[in-house]
Structure formats: structure tokens, C-alpha cells
Design a protein around this ligand. Structure first.
Ligand SMILES: [Zn+2]
Length: 460
């Protein structure tokens, strides 16, 4: 597409707007792009783009994956543009490209890392062809945001440009089948000791073969629909994995990654399977743009999973862990619940899974609570559960349905006063599981618990 007068007006207006917003100390990561798209609806098609574009999409993990890719690239002195601090819909992507372009609309950098919301695909991919498109996974998410996985995978298949090479989670049968005509490679983790024959989760987004409707047979299930399966009646099956983790050594924090005949050892920065998938995704992507194993591993070792998502700290003899558990997202919450129950020692759990927070205006319904594996919290090692926030009664009902004994549950509308009931006797770890919109609240709860722990007399 050629640049026309309308394009230049949009570009210069957006650039002027960016300067103005920055002077006013306002957020300039969304509105400049929104303005440009309003003035010139096909703006994205007209602006020059970096030579290599890596787009990252998927239900869970896209922000973490983008952050890790960006941090490792920076550590290796790569120059690129990204929408790290911006939005992942069309206006955010447009703002990123405007900031990365000069006044003629020419791109100043050769590489872009873009997080792209799955639902924005129809507004982005007709105008922008990613060199690589990464899909971390596709799970059911908030009904309000994402409807269901078939709807999302159809949107992706219909809009991904033919020239784009896909980097896909091969352990996810929904993700691995998007845009079947495109060139692709798969990453995955070989069978683990912890994998089972049956699914323990409530939510399973693919049960029957999409080709012939026969019931799929799983060789092993890791969680939800993640694992390895085949159709007994036709040729539909999990793909062969190009980047395969063959050995996962959680004790020594190492993993072996096999690609063809090449076997490489990487250091693990987390023992959480979700983060191991994120690491694997990042390694597969960075290998495509030419980083060596040493470059990736040395830089990755310096990374921490960001504090807003996970933090841990020892306060006297008690470990205090905060963990993001996105409300309205049953898979993300279930993964966290599973992590908590398998964490060693006795623990107390505080649940602030508030889908009625002002910033989000609340959920369409509470169905997600019933897709979430609250049953995982019904565990011998979990000695107390405190549930608070606007939706605490919904959570309370759900915990009771999950069979959690009433004397283990404490609850209240006000998050901070509900903590007064926290019992620390015999507890090794206190988990604060919180929503994305409860960051400040999480910090306040954490500070309050720190004081409670420190004021205990019998503690050293
Ligand atoms: Zn079949």
C-alpha cells in the first residue's frame, strides 16, 4: 500500500499527539495509534515495517514470553521495537510502529517483538505479515473476552498471512492445528513422570477429533488438553516435536532440549511447568533469529519472573508467596491451584480472585468459577483458605462444592480485615493468590501479613 496524504496526516498527528501526551505525563501507548487508525483506517498497511516481525499470541503466557524475549535480546545488544508498555490490540501495535518510524513513515529499526491479542487478528494481520507468529496455547478464557477456543482458532486460521512461519505449542492439539497450510515448527515437552492417563481437570477444550468426531485417545495428559493424543479412527494426532525437552531435572534445575541431532542443556529459572513452557517458547523463538545457546542461557539465567506475577520472601520462618491468578481465566487459576497444592509443606491460602473489580466492571457470569479446579485446594497440606473481595460468596460456594471443610475456610467482604483471621501456627508458606486488578491490594495484604508474622512472640 502506498502512502497518501491521509496517511501522513495520521502519522504526523499521532507523533504530535505523542509529544503532547508525554508533556502532560499521560499514557502515550494507545491513543496515538487510535487517532491514526481513525484518520486513516488502513494506516497499518501503509506504514513501513521492520524487516523481521515476531508476533506472540495465545491465551496464556504471551506477556511473559514477550518480556523474556525482549530482556534477552537487550542483554545481547539487539535493537528492536516492542509494545511492552502498550496495548496488544490494533491501536497499541499501531502506536509501536509509529514510535519506531521517522516522519516519512520509514521504520528506524529492523526487528519488532509484538504481543498481539488473538481477537485483534482480523484488524492486524491483513496489514502486517509477521515473519514468525508464536502461539503459546489456546484455552478457554473469559467468555466475555474470548468465547471459546474453536472461535479463536478459526479467527487465527482465517487471518494469519500465508507467508508467516508458525512457532506452535505441539503439546496443545488446538494450537498445533491453526493455519494448517502455513510453514511451521513445534515445541513441546516429552512425557513427564507427573503426567497421567486421565485428565484431572474440569475444563477440556478438545475431546473429540475435529476431523471425524471420534473420541480422542490420550497417550498421556499433562493438564487440561495438554498432552499427547491421537484419533483411533483417522490420521489426526499430536505433531512430531521439533524442539523437544527430553529431560526435565527439577532438582538440579536443568533441562535438555533436543532439536534434530542437537542436544543442549539449559538452566531452569522456575520449577513451575507454565514457566518452563514459557522458557521453551522463548528459546525456540530466539534460535530462529540466530542467538546461540550460550547467549540465550546466560541471559535467561539473569531473569526473574516479574514481581507482579510471582514473588517470594522469607519472613522469619514463614515463606510469603504472591502469585497472579487471573480471574475469569479458569485454566490460569487451576494451574496456580495445582502449583499450590503440590508445593511442599503446610500452607495457608488467601484468595483475592475478584472479577467484580471496578477496573474490569465484572464478569458476565460466574461460570468460570465452575470451570476452575477448586477441588485442587481440597488438599491435606492446605490448612486454611481465606476468601475475600466483592465475589467472596461465589467463591465460598465453590469451595464448599469442592468439598473443602468449613472449618478451614475464613471469609469476608473486606480483603484487609479478612486477613485478621489468618492462622500462622504450623504454617510454612502463606500464598496470596490475586487478580491482575488487585495489585495494590496484594501489596497491602502482604505488608499486613509481614507485620503479623513479625509480631509473633514464639517466632525466631
Ligand atoms: Zn479422527
Amino acid at each position: 500500500m502506498k502512502k497518501n496524504l491521509r496517511f501522513y496526516i495520521a502519522l504526523w498527528g499521532a507523533k504530535a499527539g505523542t509529544i503532547l501526551l508525554k508533556l502532560l505525563k499521560r499514557n502515550a501507548t494507545f491513543f496515538p495509534g487510535k487517532f491514526a487508525l481513525k484518520v486513516c483506517p488502513d494506516f497499518l498497511g501503509r506504514i513501513d515495517k521492520p524487516k523481521t516481525i515476531i508476533a506472540v499470541t495465545g491465551t496464556n503466557g504471551k506477556t511473559t514470553v514477550c518480556n523474556m524475549i525482549e530482556d534477552i535480546l537487550k542483554d545481547n545488544n539487539y535493537i528492536f521495537i516492542d509494545n511492552k508498555y502498550g496495548s496488544n490490540i490494533d491501536a497499541g501495535v499501531t502506536t509501536t510502529l509509529i514510535n519506531g518510524a521517522n516522519l516519512k513513515g520509514k521504520s528506524k529499526k529492523d526487528l519488532a517483538i509484538l504481543e498481539v491479542d488473538e481477537r485483534s487478528s482480523p484488524k492486524i494481520y491483513p496489514y502486517l505479515t509477521p515473519t514468525y507468529l508464536v502461539c503459546t496455547n489456546l484455552f478457554r478464557d473469559s467468555l466475555m473476552r474470548n468465547a471459546h477456543t474453536e472461535f479463536i482458532s478459526n479467527i487465527l486460521t482465517a487471518n494469519i498471512p500465508k507467508e508467516t512461519t508458525l512457532i506452535l505449542n505441539g503439546d496443545d492439539l488446538i494450537t498445533s492445528n491453526i493455519a494448517p497450510e502455513n510453514k511451521r515448527m513445534y515445541f513441546g515437552i516429552d512425557r513427564l513422570e507427573t503426567d497421567g492417563d486421565k485428565c484431572e481437570n474440569i475444563a477440556r477444550d478438545i475431546i473429540v477429533c475435529p476431523k471425524c468426531n471420534s473420541k480422542l485417545e490420550y497417550e498421556y495428559v499433562r493438564y487440561n488438553h495438554i498432552g499427547k493424543a491421537h484419533c483411533p479412527k483417522c490420521d489426526f494426532k499430536s505433531p512430531n516435536i521439533d524442539y523437544l525437552v527430553t529431560n526435565l531435572d527439577l532438582e538440579n534445575k536443568k533441562m535438555t532440549l533436543k532439536n534434530g541431532d542437537l542436544e543442549e542443556e539449559y538452566d531452569l529459572i522456575s520449577d513451575n511447568i507454565i514457566n518452563i513452557y514459557n522458557m521453551l517458547t522463548v528459546i525456540t523463538v530466539l534460535k530462529q533469529i540466530g542467538l546461540s545457546k550460550e547467549q540465550i542461557n546466560n541471559s535467561m539465567k539473569k531473569l526473574k519472573i516479574v514481581d507482579t506475577r510471582y514473588s517470594e520472601e522469607m519472613v522469619n520462618v514463614i515463606k510469603l508467596v504472591t502469585h497472579l491468578a487471573k480471574g475469569m481465566n479458569p485454566i490460569a487459576c487451576s494451574r496456580v491451584f495445582d502449583y499450590v497444592r503440590k508445593y511442599k509443606g503446610n500452607k495457608s491460602v488467601i484468595l483475592i480472585l475478584d472479577d467484580l473489580h471496578e477496573a474490569e466492571k465484572g464478569s458476565e457470569n460466574t461460570a468460570w468459577q465452575y470451570d476452575t479446579d477448586y477441588e485442587f485446594l481440597n488438599d491435606e497440606s492446605i490448612k486454611q483458605i481465606i476468601i475475600a473481595g466483592a465475589r467472596y460468596l461465589d467463591g465460598l460456594v465453590r469451595l464448599e462444592i469442592a468439598g473443602v471443610s468449613k472449618d478451614k475456610i475464613s471469609f469476608g467482604r473486606n480483603e484487609l480485615s479478612a486477613i485478621d483471621n489468618l492462622r500462622l501456627e504450623g504454617i510454612e508458606t502463606v500464598f496470596i493468590l490475586h487478580d491482575l486488578y488487585a495489585m495494590e491490594l496484594k501489596d497491602a495484604i502482604k505488608s499486613k501479613i509481614e507485620i503479623m508474622i513479625k509480631s509473633r512472640k514464639d517466632d525466631k
